[in-house]
Design a protein around this ligand. Structure first.
Ligand code: MOS
Length: 749
């Protein structure tokens, strides 16, 4: 096969092709869609955490102006549970809303009002009177009840008990991360249209294909009668991976009432009805030699899940392969609480898991009086010791050494509180990062037009991360067609099925599919060149021809000697040719299966502690990231910078508080749920190592997103210890902990 043209724009900062639509305000987000006769839906939330509905008085609400229908238990359209037959029809909260009168969590929808305007719907929702039989909800913040003999073994090697017992140096600590709530600026929204036979659903989703399959099952209609559209997303962070109960309520309402429905949930509903990162409690036991070689590693973790569903925070995700140790055991468990069903949040599992593991490594380094960078370098494994597989491409040591250089780590005085900047005490900390790398199955369709333009389409979506632009860059690299002549069409389930925007795997996934489509287009063009009577290559042997720089030419001659593909189409009186691309998941790929595929990073953080006024600030972060080849440094850097900002929130601010009396999220708004603001942001220095990982795809790109959050909180708490001598093992860091010097206070209600 002829060589692909040089990937000249791969690795360059191509501006986002969807940028002008967004900056001009013309990009249509889900809730921007409007239809004649459209109704507005507003759900009513339960005000207790556990119990039953005793009575519901809707009489006053039903008489209010503009109210068309109020659904509640007893009169709601029939909805169904996912049948479990299709793993691409995933739903985290599987109970159809309004199914019974039982209240499982505070905020659960007990009714939904449909009215002519959103104000009318909201007014009527407020006028509904509900009486409950109330029970005491389970909301304890102490998850210790999960550390029992029901713990599931996740990974094991050697004999951890003997390894730990015989270790000259031991560490045994418990780390806690709180419930965190996803707060993308864009609220979860849906606009549902029913035409008597088909649903057209405009959704805020990170997966139109999963959404289509799941909604088909929950609404009880064939998949081909459900179309999902999502052109732009105001972020998701995992909260929009799967459908939630408001989605089916809106669609069922549209079908039952025969009118389009718009339902935008309120910010406070984002805190109870659309998932959260569950609380975790993690016990880490490390055994080591005096010289700092790990001899035993145990990671036991428990997270909370809802009464309704089992969704686990897999904290042991990155633990089995990060360090070399002959003995290792990871166990996990869940405990149930009267909260909404949890879901994935950026870097699910690995992010809270690495907070614990990397905090423990820092504590061990201090115990051993070994530099924390050095301790990690000393325990670098030669292969993935959990399965004996070679790493496809792992440069964690270089992340650490490059980061140390850029940060100035060699100037660190390890003595607590010893480093000063004027009145301020400085703290320097480090932690490692890792995240999975994989590919999912992907189909694409590439159309080459007789005007020299191209169209690439795929039923995946751009969730704000730069996917539109990545598609254009890969088509450009494979065909030589200029970026501004490439139209990228995503975000519609009627297109060839593409991946979920999750797991940071979209970039790695789409490359082989687009490459396959381009190869198929090339075959068709060459076929046309040798068979077309008006083609200059009529009658030639197809093997002599090549397609590069947008031209068909003799492989032995430069592209400029040949004929532009669009001219060839015009000579053949063809408007376009269309070529399919298909690629398989990495887990189905025998070569990928022979490797351990992960991304890596090192996070260095500096904090400034002002003991006079008890003020803590993150003043500097240096992040060195190994995600394979970076296709487009601009959005890649944007991903890592955003993740670091989120990591500062995880370390210092974010926590969803529940009222112990009724399990209500009490800080369910953007004023009380504290997130990192611009004023909290430090200088952020991001470096990509840029080593292609050719096991994953031909450009060697693993995709970038979640990796940037991993390790950040541990680096910050390590820096806080260095500045203050207080070890924070319960996130987020509280000023009162730093003042009182109490390092392990359990923040249980
Ligand atoms: Mo990510 S938590 O897989 O959207």
């Amino acid at each position: 096969m002829p060589q692909a043209p040089a990937p000249n724009l791969i690795g360059t900062s191509v501006p986002r092709i969807d940028g002008p639509l967004k900056t001009s305000g013309t990009a249509k987000y889900t809730s921007d869609h409007n239809f004649p006769e459209m109704l507005y839906g507003v759900p009513v939330q339960a005000t207790i955490g556990k119990g039953k509905i005793k009575s519901m008085d809707v009489a006053e609400a039903e008489k209010m102006r503009g109210v068309v229908r109020i659904y509640r238990y007893g009169n709601a359209p029939k909805l169904y549970r996912p049948n479990g037959q299709d793993e691409n029809a995933h739903v985290d909260e599987t109970r159809p809303p309004l199914e019974d009168e039982v209240i499982y969590y505070n905020g659960q929808y007990v009714a939904v009002v449909f009215a002519e305007t959103v104000e009318q719907a909201r007014a009527a929702a407020h006028a509904i009177r509900v009486e409950y039989t109330e029970e005491k909800p389970a909301v304890s913040l102490d998850l210790s009840d999960g550390f029992n003999d029901q713990m599931k073994e996740i990974s094991k090697r050697g004999d951890v008990d003997a390894g730990f017992a015989g270790a000259p140096v031991k560490l045994d600590q418990t780390y806690v991360t709180p419930v965190e709530t996803h707060n993308p600026i864009e609220l979860h929204s849906t606009v549902a249209v029913w035409d008597g036979e088909n649903f057209k659903l405009f959704e805020t989703t990170q997966s139109i294909m999963n959404h289509q399959a799941a909604m088909s099952q929950m609404l009880g209609v064939p998949k081909e009668n459900v179309q999902i559209v999502m052109k732009f997303l105001g972020s998701g962070f995992g909260g929009k991976l799967w459908p939630w109960t408001h989605d089916v309520l809106a669609a069922a309402g549209a079908r039952d009432l025969g009118r389009p429905v718009k339902l935008v949930i309120e910010r406070r509903m984002m805190f109870s009805n659309v998932g959260h990162r569950p609380r975790t409690q993690q016990r880490i036991r490390l055994g080591a030699t005096q010289e700092g070689k790990l001899t035993s590693l145990q990671h036991d973790y428990v997270s909370d899940t809802s009464i309704l569903d089992e969704v686990s925070e897999d904290c042991g995700e990155a633990t089995p392969y990060l360090y070399s140790t002959p003995n290792l055991r990871i166990r996990g468990n869940m405990v149930t609480r009267n909260l909404g069903t949890p879901t994935a949040m950026r870097g699910p599992g690995a992010v809270p898991g690495l907070y614990a593991l990397e905090s423990a490594m820092d504590e061990l380094a201090i115990q051993l009086k070994i530099d924390p960078v050095q301790l990690r370098l000393m325990n670098e494994p030669a292969m993935d010791e959990s399965n004996g597989l070679p790493f496809s491409s792992r440069h964690l040591k270089e992340c650490l050494t490059t980061g140390a250089d850029k940060f100035g780590w060699s100037k660190r005085n390890p003595a607590i509180g010893s480093m000063k900047r004027g009145e301020l005490t400085l703290g320097w900390g480090v932690a490692c990062a890792s995240w999975i790398a994989m590919r999912m199955p992907c189909k694409t369709s590439l159309q080459l037009n007789d005007d020299g333009s191209a169209r690439i389409s795929c039923a995946t979506q751009d969730i704000g991360t730069g996917t539109y632009t990545i598609f254009a860059q890969v088509v450009n690299a494979k065909t030589g067609i200029p970026i501004d002549k490439i139209q990228v069409v995503l975000g519609d389930s009627s297109l060839p099925p593409g991946p979920v925007s999750g797991g940071s795997w979209v970039t790695g996934t789409v490359i082989p599919s687009i490459a396959n489509a381009a190869d198929n287009a090339e075959k068709q063009l060459i076929d046309l060149a040798v068979n077309g009577t008006r083609s200059p290559y009529h009658g030639r042997d197809p093997k002599e021809l090549a397609f590069s720089e947008g031209r068909i030419h003799l492989a032995s001659e430069p592209a400029s000697s040949g004929i532009a593909f669009d001219e060839l189409l015009r000579k053949g009186s063809l408007r376009f040719i269309q070529a399919d691309g298909d690629s398989m998941a990495s887990f189905a790929d025998p070569n990928a299966n022979k490797h351990s595929l992960h991304s890596y990073g090192a996070q260095f953080a500096e904090v400034e502690w002002d003991p006079g006024i008890a003020r803590l600030r993150v003043s500097r972060v240096v992040s060195v990231i190994d995600v394979g080849k970076v296709l487009n440094p601009r959005p890649a850097r944007n991903q890592v910078e955003g993740a670091i900002v989120m990591g500062i929130g995880m370390a210092m601010f974010e926590e969803t508080h529940y009222d112990p009396r009724n399990a209500r999220p009490v800080n369910s708004n953007l004023a009380d749920y504290i997130m990192t603001t611009c004023a909290d942001c430090p200088e952020i220095d991001v470096t990509f190592l840029d080593y292609p990982d050719k096991v994953l795809n031909e450009f060697g790109a693993r995709g970038v997103g979640e990796i940037g959050l991993a390790g950040v909180a541990a680096a910050i708490t390590a820096a806080v210890y260095h500045a203050t001598g207080v070890r924070v093992r319960n996130l987020p860091i509280r000023i009162e902990d730093l003042i009182s010097g109490s390092s392990n206070k359990q923040h249980f209600a």
